[in-house]
Design a protein around this ligand. Structure first.
Ligand code: ZN
Length: 387
């Protein structure tokens, strides 16, 4: 039966994740808890297979066992289950977030079957080494009732029951979060995001805009868990109907479908928005218009929440000219007093794979107690109170 580490266990694991190997004495000095308590907790973690002795680096502390300990990279891991529009995937991650082995993936042909497909894959991937399961989904969810409230992964459906996924985890802790929060977990644990800054994280893909407001590196949560719904910010533009059942959503505007609907005559019929962004020189009116709407949405979001940093991720915004055009337009939409105070990072780095990001949710919950808000623990898997 897998359980999440208790508070002291989590702190020790986090120290070892960041700075290991460390001796028991060094751990005691860092957490300020009695050496005997630290030693007993370390022993318990070794027994559970989460830590191991590092025989190659002896350290000497007063009266403490001279062998430092480290994360047992081969002893345990987590599963990441990513549910996306049209696809579910699951993979195993080591304690350091390395994807190990084959990722299982399945195309979801009927959106009504998305939960059943996810459950099947999870059942196949579960092993004794799995200590927690991270599940990432787009849209809004209710982790208390185990319902998917509104999601592009289940278009046209409301309040989809997620219980089969929890059951497939077979008693293992499940951390269910928005897909943007999963990316935030990955960035926090890999040091790409600063824990001191308040930032707005935006992922940009064809027909899908995700956002999360990060306070001290952790996502800000509303009463219903989700990212910040920047993709459903609406404009007075004729688009396809969004899965939220309305028109004019930013996610629908920032799409190949919308681009083609605007200029099917002069544009190459098979070019995608990604292609057109790659050759964008400021003179393509349709692409400029699409970037203008993205800039308007970002500018409004920045004016409303005043983050210290805005981080845009996604390969579509890699081309330099598209980046500089967008940055210039966003600044134009920002309140004059904010320009120069808000850092705008248009990162050309790709977002982590959805499976990887989902796995980082489980790792974040292992190393940080604050990441356990949306966790489901079967009664017998509650962490021990005192360790
Ligand atoms: Zn919408």
């Amino acid at each position: 039966m897998a359980t999440l580490p208790g508070p002291l266990e989590s702190r020790l694991l986090r120290l070892l994740y960041c700075d290991g190997p460390l001796s028991r004495w060094e751990l005691h000095e860092q957490v300020g808890v009695r050496p005997s308590t630290v030693s007993a907790t370390v022993s318990a973690l070794i027994d559970r297979g989460m830590l191991k002795q590092n025989e190659s680096k002896p350290a000497y502390g007063r009266g403490r066992p001279p062998v430092p300990v480290e994360i047992n990279d081969s002893g345990w891991g987590v599963l990441g289950l990513a549910i996306e529009p049209g696809r579910v995937s699951v993979g195993y991650l080591t304690p350091y977030g390395r994807v190990l082995g084959r990722t299982l993936s399945r195309k979801v042909s009927r959106s009504e079957a998305v939960v059943t497909d996810a459950k099947d894959l999870l059942e196949r991937a579960m092993t004794d080494q799995v200590s927690a399961v991270g599940v990432s989904l787009p849209g809004l969810m209710d982790p208390v009732q185990h319902k998917l409230v509104l999601s592009a992964a289940a278009p046209g459906q409301l309040m989809v029951d997620l219980d089969p996924i929890y059951q497939a985890a077979n008693g293992c802790p499940v951390i269910l979060e928005n897909d943007m929060h999963a990316i935030a977990a990955q960035r926090l644990l890999t040091g790409s995001s600063s824990a001191e800054e308040d930032s707005l994280l935006v992922s940009v893909r064809d027909g899908a805009i995700g956002a999360a407001m990060l306070v001290d590196g952790k996502p800000n949560r509303g009463c219903v868990t989700g990212g910040n719904e920047l993709g459903h910010m609406r404009f007075d533009v004729k688009t396809d109907r969004c899965h939220c059942r309305r028109e004019g959503c930013l996610a629908c505007i920032f799409s190949t479908r919308f681009m083609r609907s605007r200029d099917e005559k002069d544009a190459a019929a098979d070019s995608t928005l990604t292609d057109r962004l790659a050759t964008f020189d400021g003179h393509d009116p349709t692409v400029a218009m699409i970037l203008d709407y993205l800039a308007m949405a970002l500018g409004n979001a920045i004016n409303l929440i005043r983050p210290s940093r805005v981080i845009l991720i996604g390969e579509m915004l890699q081309p330099r000219l598209a980046q500089s055009y967008l940055a210039q337009r966003v600044r134009r939409e920002m309140l004059p007093g904010l320009v120069g105070r808000v850092h705008l990072d248009i990162s050309s780095s790709p977002a982590p794979s959805p499976v990887e990001a989902a796995g980082w949710l489980a790792l974040a919950a292992t190393y940080y107690e604050e990441w356990r808000q949306n966790i489901y623990l079967p009664p017998e898997a509650q962490p021990a109170k005192r360790t």
